[in-house]
Design a protein around this ligand. Sequence first.
Ligand code: SF4
Ligand code: SF4
Length: 273
Amino acid sequence: MPDEEAVNARARFEKQVLDEAPRLGREDSFEFGCHPGVACFGDCCGDVNIVLTPYDVLRLKNRLGLGSEEFLEKYTILPFSKDQRLPAPLIRMGEDGKKSCPFLNLEAGGCTVYEDRPWACRMYPLGYAKPSDAEVGEEAFWFLMEEEGCLGFKENTRLKVADWIRDQGIEEYDEWGEKYRRLAVDEYLAKDKDLSPQQMQMFFMGTYELDTFRRFVLKSSFLDRFEVSEDEIERLKEDDEALMEFAFRFLRFSLFGKQTMTIKDNAVPERTQ
Ligand code: SF4
Ligand code: SF4
């Protein structure tokens, strides 16, 4: 699917969900079962758009022992359209007839990155919608996404939404999803201010290209310009999650003008700008 078409299809899908999908709460239940015994096992891991969050990339690149840039280059595509305001990489599906996910290996039992699979793969068949500021007052909700050919809905296993979220390890992904969402819905962007190409590049580095961001912090004049404690510097060297928290803080400062960083007294203000 051409890049712009993929982005537009996603926007249409999101609108349809908000308008029409039956809404589920945490205590509601649904019938579903997925295991290697179902005849369709693995069919849904091909020819599908799986958007990766920053935390998905962090987990997957560490799982595979790759740097973030190497992971993004090898395993993702970055669609872009004039209506898209922030970057959203997708898993690069294979070029075989089924356009299979590169992490699928049926002989090896299915998903080879199962413990670190992306949020979207954990959630299926549930979708999650959090109405944006335009729909203030509406609660977040879950909904069922019944993909054509998915036999899991015939398994007669009743599951509660809350149990599914716990059992699929979705909570920690949701925590990071919420941190990212707060960054992505900053009032700066809500005022319809688009990021310039340079700002977009900075945003991408601070969210997805974490290893580049680490070099930017530790190997440039960054630490001459900003107050960062020795303890924090040590954490940023080793701890990707601490680095991502720090990156989100820096993006708020550098792109949205928030006072989330402290400039050193002797730093040259123009250069910092
Ligand atoms: S299509 Fe449905 S039942 Fe089949 S493997 Fe995928 S999620 Fe499981
Ligand atoms: S990451 Fe795993 S679960 Fe997700 S599409 Fe790929 S093989 Fe399937």
